[in-house]
Design a protein around this ligand. Structure first.
Ligand SMILES: C[C@@](CO)(OP(=O)(O)O)[C@H](O)COP(=O)(O)OP(=O)(O)OC[C@H]1O[C@@H](n2ccc(N)nc2=O)[C@H](O)[C@@H]1O
Ligand SMILES: Nc1ncnc2c1ncn2[C@@H]1O[C@H](COP(=O)(O)OP(=O)(O)O)[C@@H](O)[C@H]1O
Length: 313
């Protein structure tokens, strides 16, 4: 491996929460059209890429055992896809330091894929514009482009077509982590099943209007009131115990309480950092979650961590 421009590149990448997730009817390709207001939060994974002639991955962190180490790993899939896209013969040894809950509805695997794209593009000296990385990202998974994009954004199509949303004020969050995970595919299928049984007809037009107005106003209370996740009934149907967690957060004064994406992590909005800490402590005391962590948003998407001595990456 002689052509790599660096010894190693490390990228920090945020988790997401869905501030508004509107789900349309199932499409012919098995996916659903969405209006998906993504919001990047300060809960991060780190992915380092080292030069190699082949592709491999190691994972460190509390939930490392739940992450696949073969080609099913989304970071490996992303690195391979980038090499194929750019037509380069390089490989990479990837190291993932995992903090984002696995299968938790916070897009940790997608985040790692986005981080691997940024890390390998730099490691291999590809000089690709972000837009081109976004195209490769969309081929890996619906949530991968947002992990590159960061901030707050509205995703349409499968969630991969992104437009930045008004920045608004800094938002303070508590995430209640659950035991076990939920598969996104299973939760979408359960959503379809519940809707078929009730005759509900989903409507995407204008679905994010209330949330976008609330974000633009900078009023956290309005944001909390506009938080709606169409996948929540399906996640609650598959994991009924989450209702207790959501109720506990509401009783503790959360401005908004939703299941994050396909779950089972529950997201609570607090008025400020101190209220978020108090809410997290209350959830722990109530014994309604495996762990409760605080974070803020919006934060930038996948970004290179400057090596020591480097001013910028
Ligand atoms: C629900 C969301 C909300 O942001 O995220 P998570 O909460 O899982 O992180 C996403 O839509 C998940 O995105 P992601 O996890 O990248 O999904 P993909 O790998 O593309 O697809 C996994 C499966 O989810 C279903 N799927 C996904 C996206 C979409 N717009 N419609 C779907 O029906 C399909 O059954 C697909 O086979
Ligand atoms: N790098 C990765 N990190 C986490 N999960 C991964 C990764 N690569 C593949 N996966 C697989 O993707 C599934 C969904 O993971 P994740 O993205 O964490 O959840 P979610 O889609 O709920 O946000 C996991 O159960 C795991 O099998």
């Amino acid at each position: 491996m002689t052509s790599a421009h660096r010894e190693s590149v490390t990228v920090r990448v945020p988790a997401k929460v869905n501030l508004r997730l509107a789900v349309g009817p199932p499409r012919a390709d098995g996916y659903h059209d969405l209006v998906n207001v993504f919001h990047a939060v300060s809960l991060y994974d780190e992915v380092s890429a080292m030069p190699s002639e082949s592709f491999s991955v190691r994972v460190e962190g509390e939930s490392a055992a739940e992450v696949p180490l073969d080609d099913e790993n989304l970071a490996v899939r992303a690195a391979r896809a980038l090499a194929a896209h750019a037509g380069v013969p390089y490989g990479a040894d990837l190291l993932i330091r995992k903090t984002i809950p696995v299968a938790g509805g916070m897009a940790g695997g997608s985040a790692d894929a986005a981080a691997a794209l940024v890390a390998c593009a730099a490691l291999w000296g590809l000089g690709l514009p972000r837009e081109e990385l976004m195209e490769v990202a969309a081929g890996i998974g619906s949530d991968v482009p947002f992990a590159l994009f960061g901030g707050t954004a509205v995703g349409t199509g499968r969630g991969e077509r992104l437009v930045a949303a008004p920045a608004g004020a800094r938002l303070h969050w508590v995430f209640a982590l659950a035991d076990g995970g939920l598969s996104a595919g299973r939760v979408y299928a359960e959503c379809d099943r519940l809707r078929a049984a009730s005759g509900e007809r989903p409507e995407l037009s204008g679905a994010a209007d209330d949330m976008l107005a609330a974000l633009a106003s900078g009023d956290a209370k309005a944001v909390g009131a506009a938080m709606i996740n169409d996948l929540e009934p399906a996640a609650l149907s598959l994991m009924p115990e989450l209702a207790r967690t959501l109720d506990a957060g509401r009783d503790l004064g959360a401005l908004g309480a939703v299941v994050s994406g396909s779950g089972p992590t529950c997201a609570f909005l607090a008025a400020d950092a101190a209220e978020a800490e108090a809410l997290a402590a209350g959830l722990r005391r109530a014994g309604v979650c495996r762990a409760a962590v605080t974070a803020h948003g919006p934060v930038p998407g996948a970004s290179i961590v400057p090596a020591s001595g480097e001013a910028t990456a």
